[in-house]
Design a protein around this ligand. Structure first.
Ligand code: KDO
Length: 325
């Protein structure tokens, strides 16, 4: 009997030690559970459970329940968060060079996005991010191609048709400039408040990729989608340098491989969704129109050329991105 108790105590202590030895990796994202870039964190967690059993405790927090949208990089730098998918716009607040990825009509499609970020340009820019933000980018992610989504049908053809439209954008200089360059009146609002804003009419519209319009249910409270395709949007699975530097080479390789696997899962599903969702929205009664995209492209590119935002772009970078095939 006594011996039994002793065994029990020993196994309890050893399982506690094992639990303590696990590295906690907290994830925070504003993504809603039904979204591919929310589900991908489970792919990463499951992959790590297989490749590095009992080494990592990945804790997934969706819906901005741990940190509010945009607060993740600061939380990571403070050591309060290990993992997130960081937007180019949030990076640009601290690394202005990165704002080149926030500009409309530069990245051509998901394959171009991946090529740019997985090659020498991505490596150079990621080095800046690590130095200035204490964050390591693990994998680029395709968030989707952003479209304008309106409460009322306005049959938008050109930027002039968006004049006076209160277009919700996430709240930072780069986002607001993008909205302005489209011809609209940009209105900052956190992602979690957009559905209600559309429902009550405090905003006239929002911009997001089609898979997000579906997963966040914006189609329930809007009537038109204007296929401007103004931003092929990338976000970046990133880890705090504090957590990264504490890992050995084998762990680093496994964490990176798991991030790449999660990104691939997200990208494949998102690209598939983008090819079928127009029909879904039409069936839901929305008007989906293709505007004069060259008119939008010309206006947006001219706005960036004249802006102080493009002054921060590294010399020759635009040409190098354009030349990436
Ligand atoms: C949004 O707020 O519109 C946005 O699409 C911006 C992205 O950078 C990203 O933060 C995303 O929201 C969230 O992950 C929710 O999908």
């Amino acid at each position: 009997m006594k011996l039994n108790r002793l065994f029990l105590a020993i196994s309890l202590v050893s399982s506690m030690a094992l639990a303590q030895a696990q590295t906690v990796l907290r994830v925070s994202t504003p993504a809603v559970p039904d979204d591919w870039h929310a589900k991908m964190w489970t792919v990463m967690k499951d992959d790590l459970a297989k490749s590095a059993p009992k080494q990592f405790d990945v804790q997934i927090n969706l819906n901005a329940s741990l940190f509010k949208q945009g607060a993740e990089p600061a939380a990571m730098a403070r050591g309060n968060l290990e993992l997130s998918a960081i937007s180019a716009q949030d990076i640009a607040k601290i690394v202005p060079e990165y704002s080149i990825f926030t500009a409309g009509y530069i990245i051509r499609d998901p394959a171009h996005l991946n090529k740019v970020h997985s090659g020498p340009i991505g490596a150079e820019m990621a080095k800046l991010v690590s130095e200035k933000m204490d964050i390591t980018i693990l994998a680029p992610l395709y968030l989707g191609t952003r479209q304008v989504n309106l409460r009322e049908v306005k049959s938008v053809r050109t930027p002039a048709d968006l004049k006076g439209v209160k277009l919700r954008m996430p709240g930072s200089k780069e986002w607001l400039f993008l909205g302005e360059s489209l011809g609209a009146t940009p209105t900052p609002l956190a992602f979690g408040e957009v559905y209600l804003g559309l429902k009550t009419g405090t905003i006239d519209g929002q911009d997001n990729p089609l898979p997000t319009v579906k997963s966040a249910k914006f189609y329930e409270v809007t009537k038109e989608i204007v296929m401007t395709s103004h931003l092929v949007d990338g976000i970046f699975i990133s880890i705090s340098n504090k957590a990264w530097n504490a890992m050995n080479a084998d762990q680093k390789a496994k964490v990176k491989a798991a991030a790449i696997k999660a990104a691939k899962y997200n990208d494949e599903n998102r690209i598939k969704d983008e090819s079928t969702l127009v029909d879904f929205f039409k069936k839901e009664g929305l008007m989906v129109i293709t505007p004069d995209v060259p008119a939008f492209r010309t206006a947006v590119q001219a706005a960036y050329q004249k802006s102080d935002i493009s002054q921060a772009w590294p010399k020759g970078m635009l040409e190098r991105i354009n030349a990436t095939k």
